[in-house]
Design a protein around this ligand. Structure first.
Ligand SMILES: Cc1cc2nc3c(=O)[nH]c(=O)nc-3n(C[C@H](O)[C@H](O)[C@H](O)COP(=O)(O)O)c2cc1C
Length: 367
């Protein structure tokens, strides 16, 4: 029997900007930029399909922010200079042409960078070799390097890279909103996590200290783009190189992290879990999206993880989510919202799309 999905098609206002429905494309790295980090025509076509297919918002893949240590992958797009920002303009125009809301995700890879044309080494909060192995679909091989400990100057530069990139994304590329990537094991999350951040300075120690880099980055971005541009942060427990990581202080950590983002004035918080509806910490208890809403009631909560399951997507709206974001389901169905509203079958995700390399394939563009 069809699930009543009408709640997914109600508009929502985020910081004065109307998003036409509750379905957004999740950020997905596809390494389809030029070698020097400029968005390509293939990317314009790739992103436009999601907007044409009815998504209310489209979040880009993680975009690197500076010409120092932020780049994570070869052929990843950047926002680190004007030429890179201008290259995004046709992509953004294509998204907006179909009245979808264009959100730029900006990220610094930190210790899990596996391809950076500006540097041969990596930096992170502490000199701890990251868990896991580099991802071969993004041209990686073997273990991650041990990062150098970031100095105060390098931290200040990284924050400034986020702020400058956010400014370019809005002013030059024409994006509607900024998502700061604070999740999935990248630099900001490396600072947040006790097992990757053992610093003894103001950036380390208690959770309230470890969240400071996210907050300082948020404040710098906000100062750059102003109050009227929606700015949000993506937060997760799991990491690309450590899927099962959990916050040591569970609900207390959630209170500190989401509460401090609320106090800082985040317009939205994007939470991701493998299955968004599951209890965040144990076999029972609230989900992460529920905790985000509880601790940041004024922020729009974007929830992600397995929400191509329509019944779970609808249920998520009753469990704290305001928007659901869809990753693999959108790769399989770039027109997911349209299919849903027309009661057409949703295709299953075929992981072979992402191999041998995760770049955008011509076969996808024909979908
Ligand atoms: C190919 C691919 C690339 C991804 N790249 C990013 C990224 O750049 N930034 C990010 O925050 N998450 C990234 N993710 C994670 C997705 O945003 C999402 O959290 C994940 O796919 C789970 O959601 P789903 O169940 O809807 O697929 C990526 C996922 C996939 C499949």
């Amino acid at each position: 029997m069809d699930v009543d999905s009408s709640a997914l098609f109600a508009p929502i206002v985020i910081n004065g900007h109307t998003v036409k429905n509750r379905l957004s494309v999740a950020p997905m790295t596809r390494i389809t930029a030029t070698r020097d980090g400029k968005a390509t025509e293939t990317m314009t076509r790739y992103y436009a399909r999601f907007a044409r297919g009815g998504f209310g918002a489209v979040t880009t893949e993680g975009i690197y922010t500076d010409q120092a240590f932020s780049q994570g992958y070869l052929h990843q797009p950047g926002m680190a200079d004007e030429a890179q920002a201008n290259a995004w303009k046709p992509v953004v125009d294509g998204i907006k042409a179909h009245s979808a809301f264009a959100i730029a995700q900006i990220m610094h890879a930190g210790a899990i960078s596996q391809g950076n044309r500006f540097r041969d080494s990596t930096v992170g909060p502490s000199a701890i070799q990251p868990k896991g192995e580099q991802m071969s679909v993004y041209h990686g091989r073997g273990r991650y390097a041990v990062p150098a400990v970031m100095t105060e100057t390098e931290i200040a530069d990284a924050i400034s890279g986020f702020a400058q990139s956010a400014g370019r994304a809005i002013d030059l590329a024409g994006f509607d909103a900024i998502e700061i990537h604070g999740a999935n094991g990248y630099l900001l999350d490396q600072f947040l996590s006790g097992n990757t951040n053992t610093r003894a300075d103001r950036w380390g120690g208690a959770t309230a200290n470890r969240v400071q880099l996210i907050l300082e980055t948020f404040k710098a971005v906000r100062a750059k783009v102003g109050d009227k541009v929606p700015v949000g942060v993506r937060i997760s427990q799991g990491k690309v190189n450590d899927h099962h990581h959990k916050w040591a202080d569970a609900e207390r950590d959630a209170e500190i992290i989401f509460g401090s983002l609320a106090d800082a004035g985040a317009d939205f918080i994007h939470v991701t879990e493998f299955e968004a509806w599951k209890p965040a910490f144990a076999s029972q208890g609230p989900s992460l999206m529920h905790l985000a809403k509880r601790n940041a009631p004024k922020a729009a909560i974007l929830a992600n993880g397995g929400l191509h399951n329509v019944a779970q997507a609808v249920a998520a709206l009753d469990d704290g989510a305001d928007i659901v974001t869809i990753g693999r389901g959108a790769l399989a169905n770039p027109d997911f919202p349209r299919r849903l509203s027309e009661h057409r079958v949703l295709r299953d995700f075929d992981p072979t799309i992402l191999g041998p390399i995760a770049n955008v394939k011509e076969t996808e563009l024909a979908m």
